[in-house]
Design a protein around this ligand. Sequence first.
Ligand SMILES: Nc1ncnc2c1ncn2[C@@H]1O[C@H](COP(=O)(O)OP(=O)(O)OP(=O)(O)O)[C@@H](O)[C@H]1O
Length: 262
Amino acid sequence: MVSTPAPAPGVAPPGTTDQAAALIEFRQVQKTYSNGFQAVTPFDLSVGAGEIVSLVGPSGCGKTTVIRMAAGLSSVSGGELVRRTDQLAYVFQDPTLLAWRNVRSNVELVAKLKGVDKATRAAAATAAIEMVGLGAFEKSLPRQLSGGMKMRVSLARAITSAPELMMMDEPFAALDEFTRENMQNQLLRLWRANGFGAMFITHSISEAVNLGHRIVVMAARPGRIARIIDSPSPPTKDDAPRDKAALADTAELVSSLLAGDK
Ligand SMILES: Nc1ncnc2c1ncn2[C@@H]1O[C@H](COP(=O)(O)OP(=O)(O)OP(=O)(O)O)[C@@H](O)[C@H]1O
């Protein structure tokens, strides 16, 4: 069952698990596909307003299934999924840009399809394009951009629709390590400016730890949560220095959980 009650008043600070302000709550949510395969066993998680929750786990543990249910793209087989916002945006591994539209036109597209008026979406697109550092490429076509630049267009397009909740399914997986780290920084810059909540799926432990206020470590067969870890040094709005040693310890903990040591 998926229900969408009225938006909760107030905005919780990043890292909160305050149920009243949660944008989305999974309550014992399960997924069994029509062939009888149980992809996700009872799953409890909430994502607060302005909170980034990363999901990391082995292939087949149900990460995409979870995010698809959250987005309403896949039905829930059991339990209850409560979503308190319809302001969603998606960013996938494939930036899915329209080849014949230039950067600005691609960035404005989702907001346009959502019916945002021309002046508002143009202003939002200008800000987003600047924020991802593509101001000089507004008129470029996708084929004239690198993989990292295309992903920045995809991020700018998502932000332009002013989402409260971003669903991100391995958005940076196809990028080289250097570009990937750069994109994580871009994403955090956008988050500091726009304050969206996010579910961020990744196979990369360092990415999960760098981005998440909380890190959900999943296990496979059957798909389930192994542990939810509060970041010891989460991203902050004022971009305060992070405790690298504490984050390295968290990465080690995630690694050992994934290896089944803990
Ligand atoms: N439509 C479907 N019908 C039956 N089984 C499915 C379907 N979609 C996914 N599955 C199975 O459900 C399990 C979870 O799949 P899902 O794509 O959610 O995993 P994932 O953790 O996102 O994997 P990956 O990291 O490889 O993308 C897998 O075993 C997959 O084979």
